[in-house]
Design a protein around this ligand. Structure first.
Ligand code: BG6
Length: 475
């Protein structure tokens, strides 16, 4: 098997990191709008510090982001120039339901995405839509505590139903929740969770995860009923854990660390919580809030494909002193002395992508979709107006090679590959603009200043060649 002819090459973004226009078209406020840049970002994102309204001591980069709200036609035309077959994006929940609990959707929000999808169609680009990429209406955070409440399920299902109905025929590929395992790492961002004093955060996260899993099954069912052409995927922040040494304790730790991410996808793909997950919950002194019918629902509505993000592999050590020295995408890891790292300390491991793909394919036997991969770097605009991002080309080349090896040599079925932040956008982890991932440079700095002008980087022309040759020309 080599790269199939209909392979979906493209790029990915998320509404809150690129759209801006946070108050336009009747849009409501979401948790992600209230994520400040600077040292408080992690505290707010992890639910340790409440941020329910803007204050003038912080800067909130998502308010403007890279203003794709006003530039989407130009941006999609640039994606088309690169030859994109697919564009992964997310809808901002609060454009469609500003508070989350309205009965009727906001027409201006629906019209915005309809126009955007038609623009994609005009350029023969398939949209791949993440229904929820880290956003939760603030009104629902304040009134019901986000995903800690079972009431969220109805609100989410209403959103999804509205999308499936309105965009029938325009969108075929859907993801229910971005990086569902991020609940355990960045719970305010992933599920609108803020912890109260004295409560057990683990129980709250397990509860929220269960409600998201039930919601994911319900909308998978609905997507198939509304249009049998719909394909629904789950989405995991992936990256295999390696044991730090061949000590059995390290290997066992690596298995347990992998399982802490797999357990969500196991439910979405297999249709039930595996025994190790049930035992883990029990060991936490927690409970999964099952209600009548949940188990049958999960069992009967599994996903069609498995999507994931991959930035790096991780390292597990049984030594409690180790394990937090390196951070990659909010996952603590021990250092890997065999790998180089990005400027933000994320290990660079192309073979790790092949290893991860094989692990996922062996486990689930369903087609995979790589929906995020890329290098965050501080690109410099040269005096001649160019951006020479050879380091990004190197990173992507090696990862694409590894991905093709997994297909050609190991027989892994892969539907497509969308690089993360195909146009520069706001970093989720740090809120910085200077951590850039794109093929397209956006003139904006960390304080929100700039012309928002779009400039293709050197990697833009390189990726165009990669797509045109269906992965054969990686030079
Ligand atoms: C993934 C998210 O976790 O990693 C994206 O789905 C995020 O939203 C990406 O932007 C890269 O992380 P960061 O922190 O560099 O933006």
């Amino acid at each position: 098997m080599s790269v199939p002819k209909n392979f979906l090459w493209g790029g990915a973004t998320a509404a809150n990191q690129c759209e801006g226009g946070y108050r336009e078209g009747g849009r409501g406020l979401a948790n992600v709008d209230l994520m400040p840049s600077g040292p408080d970002r992690y505290l707010v994102g992890s639910g340790q510090k409440k941020m329910e309204a803007f204050d003038d001591r912080h800067f909130y980069p998502a308010q403007k982001a890279v203003d794709m709200f006003h530039h989407y036609k130009e941006d999609i035309a640039l994606f088309a120039q690169m030859g994109f077959k697919v564009y992964r994006l997310s809808v901002a929940w609060t454009r469609i339901f500003p508070n989350g609990d309205e009965e009727e959707p906001n027409e201006a929000g629906l019209a915005f995405y309809e126009d955007l999808f038609r623009e994609c169609q005009k350029h023969q680009i398939q949209p791949l839509v993440t229904i929820c990429h880290f956003d939760c209406p603030m009104h629902l955070v304040k009134t019901i505590g986000g995903w800690r409440s079972r009431k969220m399920i109805d609100q989410y299902v209403k959103l999804a139903k509205t999308l499936f109905t309105r965009y029938k025929g325009l969108v075929r590929y859907w993801l229910t929740f971005n990086e569902i395992n991020m609940i355990l790492h960045f719970p305010f961002v992933a599920a609108g969770l803020c912890f109260e004093e004295g409560e057990d955060p683990t129980q709250v996260m397990i509860t929220a995860a269960h409600y998201e899993l039930v919601a994911s099954s319900l909308v998978t069912k609905l997507a198939h009923e509304i249009d049998p052409e719909n394909q629904v995927g789950c989405m995991m922040a992936a990256g295999a854990y390696y044991p730090e040494t061949c000590r059995p304790e390290d290997y066992w730790k690596a298995i347990c660390d992998d399982r802490s991410s797999y357990m969500f996808i196991d439910v979405q793909s297999w249709g039930y919580y595996p025994n190790y997950a049930l035992k883990w919950v029990e060991k936490q002194g927690a409970k999964i809030p099952f209600e009548a019918g949940d188990q049958a629902l999960l069992r009967e509505n599994t996903v069609d494909f498995i999507s994931f993000s991959y930035y790096s592999s991780r390292v597990s050590s049984a030594d409690p002193e180790k394990g937090g020295q390196s951070q990659s995408n909010l996952f603590a890891s021990a250092e890997n002395p065999y790998l180089k790292s990005s400027d933000w300390g994320w290990a660079i491991d192309p073979l790790g992508l092949r290893i991860t793909m094989n692990a996922l394919y062996d486990r689930y036997r369903k087609p995979l979709f790589i929906v995020e991969n890329g290098l965050g770097a501080a690109d410099q605009l040269q005096a001649d107006g160019s951006i020479q991002d050879d380091y990004r080309i190197d990173y992507l080349r090696e990862h694409i090679r590894a991905m093709i090896d997994a297909m050609e040599q190991d027989g892994v079925e892969l539907l497509g590959y969308t690089t993360w932040g195909c146009i520069d956008l706001i970093s989720n982890g740090t809120g910085e603009m200077k951590k850039r991932y794109g093929f397209i440079y956006v003139d904006r700095d960390d304080q929100g200043n700039g012309s928002f002008r779009r400039i293709p980087k050197k990697s833009f022309y390189w990726y165009k060649k990669v797509i045109a040759s269906n992965g054969a020309d990686l030079d």
